[in-house]
Design a binder for this molecule. Sequence first.
Ligand code: ZN
Length: 346
Amino acid sequence: MAAANLVAKGQPRVFSMLERMISTGTLPASLLFTGPEGSGKELAAMRLAALLECEGSAACGECPPCRSISTLEHPDVYPVYPVPSADREKSIPVIIESRREDFLARGEFGARARSIGIGQIRAVMEKISRRPFSGPRSVVAVMEANLATMEAQNAFLKVLEEPPASSVIVLVTARTDLLLPTIVSRCSEIRFDPLPDAVTAEALRTFLSVESGEAERIAAIAGGNLQRAVRLLDERFLGMRKDAANIIGLVLEGKARQLPAEAEAAAHNYTREEVAELLAEMTAVMRNLLRGVEAGIAPEAVSAASSRDIPVDIGKISAASRSLGRNADIELTLAQLLLDLAGKWY
Ligand SMILES: [Zn+2]
């Protein structure tokens, strides 16, 4: 799995720790991979599986177990993905097939709400309660574990309380705050760093055939987030990113009168899930301003940014995002946020 090897290169601290734990027999039975979105946590979980199952050395990528892990066909390795709840049975093979083809694929189900249901957790529990088929261990990797329903999380807690001796369980999430605290406390947390720009650029070149200069430019904007980098290649996402940069530009230039119309337009053009992405992009624009790399907003707005307390602004955007997650009115929440962000100017 070439992509997984690249992630090992991008997360040297994480992998030297994991490899040391494996070689000394101290790998915990339950791990929590946390850290920023797009930092390669899912790929890392699959690479950990390869490190444990490999017949050669250190996830060689060539032996039968390594090869079957890279195509998600290993009989003892169980990736669990969130899927649309209305259509779970049909959706699970769809996502496995999609990730098998392209591990960097995202958004198979568009803007539909996804979750991990109790049935998915029970199915995995049943499998790991038996002896592994081929290797010494079974490996469960629960991707976007924060999307597990409360019911599913409670069921999962039981596995974590008494994990089968032969299994390793990895929960992957950027949002530990959405997991039951009892789940978090039963896992050993391994924190990922944002990916280095050079590794993001290499992934774009190698797996998506992006031309070298373009790959570096996108990697710099993506700020260590490979998922964002991949999505920056997508037209619709570029449109959203442009909207985010435009809104931040208006905020920074203090054009408060135009902001309610922007909120109205966004509420009209985007679904609730997409507005959450729009807010994430606004945050990304702000972070890039802090790092001095943002392209796409007016120079006047960039210079206005230097007099602002950007971390405070980012906090406000996150708070609005949480309100939207609790079903707050989209237009009202956005309008309040934008006026609040611009408020320093009046
Ligand atoms: Zn191997």
